[in-house]
Ligand binder design. Structure first.
Ligand code: XMP
Length: 511
């Protein structure tokens, strides 16, 4: 357990994850817990942050947790709804605001030389997003700052290390938001900034050793960043007792199976490659519906994985590359529907009959932290920087039914596109890229011959988490070169188009 934890109590704000991100960027470990499940080990937390919320404190249905073991007992920072909550139940007054309080505002300090605002200048831009406002401060409240429209924009409680702000320090539009969090956590609460990838690796390896002992662990490698980093961490902890399985479902990128397998072996991992391409393609034969394809691949994956895991005697654990955003989503205040939307993304979820205990070494860290942890363990930069690739692979980029010939065509096209991005230094500027084989033929002309062949679409998007995305403005010269190369080299394709749709309303994948 980390020495200096920060507890973030989530009241359901869309920004709660961002608070955790900003705190982690300060090299401080923090955990998000829903307001209605305050953890028992409060002693492990050195400071507490209350998040915002879409609710109004004046509503009976709003979060109204008992904070008696927190408030006044440890340093507390209340953000937006949190600030209103403190006021509403402690002698202040919260009411609907008359003016729209959404967007940029500028701080004007009421109290000089306040350590809460160290290194923050008068006029600093902050981000407001609320419909209620604090009309009267709570008992013993001391006003610290106002904005043009919000008188009580920041206050503290006399005699406590309790601070409250109406704005959101976690969003980038609050220019000094991170500084403010640092002022509170480091200068006021005395939390130390010791959370680094190296410290994470050391503590996790120790924790894994204690938990697993001499047991054997099975892990499914996908070629992606998360499963790879999880495997390397476990390998560090338990060595050869980690048994990795890398399945070729026949729907990977061109040559990916052999090259990635070689890379894994080079990293010293105890990995078994299983080429089950035929089994997957046979099961997919004749299926056109995207969800039916996903189900088929998920089912065969579990069968293949189970066969292999059964051959590892005394395997007691199944390791997974689950990361923090998935965990937060499933335990969040709003957990439920959004968690289900994502579940289909994780091919290889645990079937009940496998009876293995679960170990998830990355379950408390974010994606970019996974990369940092991977880098600190010496994992190849290229592997860590790989674009995300869907579990069902090319199956959802071949629209309609799947044949081995279509897979071959798409692998060729995809390889030309991706290699081209790398050669022209564009790969790292793109969040995800790939090619899609369309279920239409178009007329073309080659030499004197009329052709009637396949159309492929290229897709390249920028995004931070895949939830929203925009198409990338790739240079025309690059698109021209790539299109020529594809049509001249890939037999069966005579037309290339570029997808210029953003998400929403489109999605990243076509299926
Ligand atoms: P969409 O198409 O929903 O994609 O905009 C968002 C992100 O999710 C990936 N994706 C999947 N990943 N299994 C996966 O493992 C799937 O079935 C799946 N469908 C979409 C997609 O590649 C993108 O990164």
């Amino acid at each position: 357990m980390q020495q200096h934890n920060v507890l973030i109590l989530d009241f359901g704000s869309q920004y709660t994850q961002l608070i955790a991100r900003r705190v982690r960027e300060l090299n401080i470990y923090c955990e998000i817990h829903p307001y209605n499940k305050i953890p028992n080990n409060l002693n492990d937390f050195k400071a507490v942050i209350l998040s915002g919320s879409p609710s109004s404190v004046r509503s009976d249905q709003a979060p109204h947790p008992d904070l008696s073991e927190i408030r006044g007992m440890k340093p507390l920072l209340a953000v937006c709804y949190g600030a209103q909550y403190l006021a509403h139940f402690s002698g202040g007054l919260v009411a609907p605001s008359n003016t729209r309080e959404y967007g940029r505002a500028n701080l004007s300090f009421v109290k000089e030389n306040e350590s809460f605002f160290t290194n923050i200048s008068e006029g600093s831009q902050v981000w407001m997003s609320h419909s209620d406002t604090i009309k009267d401060l709570p008992t013993n409240g001391v006003l610290l700052a106002s904005t043009h429209d919000v008188k009580n924009a920041a206050y503290k409680i006399e005699g406590e290390t309790t601070y409250a702000i109406q704005f959101h320090p976690e969003v980038y539009h609050s220019t000094d938001g991170k500084q403010l969090l640092e002022n509170f956590l480091v200068n006021i609460a005395g939390v130390s900034q010791t959370w680094t990838p190296d410290s994470f690796v050391d503590e996790t390896v120790k924790g894994l050793q204690d938990k697993i002992g001499e047991d054997k662990v099975v892990l499914g490698l996908s070629g992606g960043v998360d499963s790879t980093v999880a495997a390397v961490l476990l390998h560090k902890a338990i060595g050869k007792n980690l048994h990795c399985i890398f399945v070729n479902n026949g729907l990977l990128r061109k040559d990916e199976y052999t090259s990635v397998l070689k890379q894994y072996e080079g990293m010293g991992l105890n990995v078994k490659g299983v080429d089950a391409s035929e089994r997957f393609l046979n099961d997919l034969a004749g299926l056109s519906d995207p969800e039916a394809k996903r189900k088929s691949i998920g089912k065969v994956f579990i069968e293949v994985f189970d066969d292999e895991a059964n051959q590892i005697e005394n395997a007691k654990w199944l390791a997974q590359g689950t990361i923090y955003p998935d965990v937060i989503e499933s335990v969040s205040v709003n957990g439920g529907p959004s968690a289900t939307i994502k579940s289909h993304h994780n091919v290889g979820g645990l079937p009940d009959f496998m009876k293995l205990k679960i170990v998830e070494p990355l379950r408390m860290i974010f994606k970019d932290e996974v990369r940092r942890v991977g880098a600190s363990m010496g994992i190849d930069k290229e592997l860590l920087g790989r674009h995300p690739f869907p579990g069902p692979g090319l199956a959802i980029r071949i629209l309609g039914d799947i044949t081995s010939e279509k897979v071959r065509i798409l692998q060729e096209v995809d390889a030309i596109f991706i290699n081209g991005l790398r050669e022209d230094g564009l790969y790292d500027k793109v969040w995800q890229a790939g090619a899609i084989l369309l279920p239409v033929n178009s007329v073309g002309v080659m030499g004197d011959e009329r052709t009637y062949e396949k159309v492929v679409a290229l897709r390249a998007v920028e995004s931070t988490d895949g939830m929203t995305a925009d198409w990338v403005n790739l240079p025309y010269e690059f698109l021209q070169k790539t299109s020529n190369k594809i049509i001249n080299n890939v037999k069966g394709v005579n037309r290339v188009v570029y997808d210029i749709s953003s998400k929403p309303p489109a999605t990243i994948e076509w299926e």
